[in-house]
Design a binder for this molecule. Sequence first.
Ligand SMILES: [Zn+2]
Length: 216
Amino acid sequence: MLIIMLGAPGAGKGTVSAILTREFGIPQISTGDILRGEVKKGSDLGKKADEYMKTGKLVPDDIIMGCVEARLAIDDCKGGAILDGFPRTIPQADALKALLTKMGLKLDAVVNLEAPEELLIRRLTSRRTCANPSCQAIYNIYTRPPKNEGVCDICGSPVLQRDDETEEVIKNRLKIYRDTTLPLLDYYGREPVFFSLSCIDAGETVDEIKKKMKKG
Ligand SMILES: [Zn+2]
């Protein structure tokens, strides 16, 4: 079961993927998580990636493809995986196609999540993350604030806005998304496994995805 989740930052890819992960028993692979893991470890790959991510720029493909291939080769991906927000560009989609062929995997669904830009900005700038690297609990100043403002409920560490989630960086990320990722919808739009959904409630969106996959 291999699923690609597409959509702008904040469209709900992470939330929807997390539910699908539980239901299908396959891992969610987000290049953001893999790259942040490398940054945290302080690896050479991570240091390079960090320079791009801090300013909201896209990390170069050779760094990303290396991470994805290594990740898909790990045992927990034997039953498949959910690719969350990857690929982002046509060259990445081509590289992924070649990689899947090489690994003997086929795509079961390409899901595009849609949301208005105002909603995306509101969602992304309201997110706060626990600064403790071994906790990283996620909060939202509107829908899930910590009990004490700015303090993690779980570990008591400061709860902060991530460098890549300030309004300025978010707007830049959305612009990059529009410029580089929209052609992907044409690319995958011709495939029978492609469908587009709006994501207001993640649970309902997951039900729709399962329905559409059965039909296919
Ligand atoms: Zn914490």
